[in-house]
Design a protein. Sequence first.
Length: 332
Amino acid sequence: MTAISLRSRLASSLWAAAFGVGLAATPVAAVAETWDMPTPYPDTNLHTITVRQFAEDVKTATGGKIQITVHSNGSLVKHPEIKRAVQSGQAQLGEVLISSWANEDPLYGLDSVPFLATDFASSKKLYEVSKPYLEKKLERQRLKLLYSIPWPPQGLYVKQEIGSVDDLKGQKFRAYNPATTRIAELAGAVPTKIEAAEVAQAFGTGIVTAMITSAATGVDSKAWDFVKVYYDTQAWLPRNMVFVSTEVWKGLDAGTQKAITEAAAKAEATGWAEWEKKTAELNKTLVDNGMKVLPPSDKLKQGFAAIGKTMTDEWTKAAGADGEAIIAAFKK
């Protein structure tokens, strides 16, 4: 055999071996999936921190079969479009503030009915009694609920101290969902739609002068730069939800579904515990940066309580039989 033919045969053997290795590797590569997950909040926010840990847990639990790329702070899809992006297949899963879709269905606004569930324990109970209804609603929209965790209790940010709800009349009130829009209307304020990422600019330019939101959003937006007073009204605990496309979900084998479900349960338990622990720290951060963190006066509490009763009655009527069943179960 000549040296040339030997080299030719050796090259052919090496090519065949490499091709064989490539064929063997192909099924493994095909099984691995990369999912896009748009989220609305910055990386410093506990919701995003929880999401990123969830993504790591999914990767570990599935042996790298499912790898989730988290696109935080609206960098891939803006908050108002995230739900539709998952429904349409633009992204495999996503996170949203549930109450942003309350105009679509009253069920989505339940957690933001003011003064209905005002602490972590009552908010968790409200979630548990309403969860089956939420899951069915999402299922009809080709979405599967993975987990849901709350924000801290909502408080009132204003530029100067106020004595009653009447002092909000005429103020430009930041609205981020239908519930906050309705609160503004009932208080005689002017509702103005502003997302969390735009809060600082909106206050700085005078587009808004007051808002109800969590201490977490206050810290994220450095509220001390544009307001001086925070009333710890503990009005409600809105929740976020993380969901996956049912089409994507049904394409997974049972073992992978189980791994993701377990990672989601861990994220949910961690999120509830961490937000409760973090709430006091967030209030302290506001104080440390020069803000007054005050309890609401009796007159302010009475005014908000009246708004809360009106909105609870409105929600129950709008939600029909399901709403009545949920409220009855919650009040047991």
